[in-house]
Design a protein around this ligand. Structure first.
Ligand SMILES: [Fe+2]
Length: 176
């Protein structure tokens, strides 16, 4: 949403109409706010609620007594929305903090979300579309490019596609 569009909504909101003899504003403040989202479909408050699940994972998992060899589980789970370029959440970690297991989880989470066919708010994407998005993300240093390349050529992808994706989703894609 560009500045001009937001101004236009502001303008439109000033119109009034008569309802049962009373003058009513065309858009309520809440409607105006919800229509003025600059990027994506969520307001800042909705984003905060959505993002809090990573922090909640931390609170819940740190309360559990993990055996020593699984002590990393907490971090791997909590870090699944972090980005290598430091723009992720909840901790805004960067490349130097994110170990291989974190990077695998980050990639797996995005790949699963993009390919899922059971989300009412979006259709199932084809592999070619999914890997196009993922290679943009790798270019922006959000995800690990080497890992993405490794995944694209792996047996894991082949097996996951066979088990979990719809036949129409499995198409030719460009490897990065
Ligand atoms: Fe998540």
């Amino acid at each position: 949403m560009r500045d001009e569009d937001i101004e236009k909504i502001e303008e439109i909101s000033l119109y009034t109409y008569l309802k049962d003899g009373k003058e009513v504003q065309l858009l309520t403040n809440e409607e105006k706010y919800n229509l003025s989202i600059r990027k994506g479909t969520l307001t800042a408050e909705e984003k905060l609620i959505m993002n809090s699940h990573a922090k909640l994972s931390y609170d819940m998992l740190t309360a559990l007594p993990f055996p020593k060899k699984y002590s990393n589980v907490v971090h791997i789970a909590v870090n699944h929305h972090e980005k290598l370029n430091g723009k992720g959440y909840p901790r805004g970690l960067s490349e130097k903090d994110l170990v291989l297991e974190d990077r695998i989880m980050i990639l797996a989470d995005i790949f699963e979300a993009l390919t899922a066919s059971d989300r009412p708010y979006k259709g199932a994407k084809k592999l070619s579309e999914v890997f196009k998005i993922l290679s943009f993300m790798a270019k922006d240093n959000e995800i690990d490019a080497d890992l993405l390349k490794f995944f694209q050529n792996s047996k894991t992808l082949e097996e996951y596609a066979k088990d979990q994706l719809l036949p129409m989703q499995i198409d030719e894609f460009k490897s990065i």
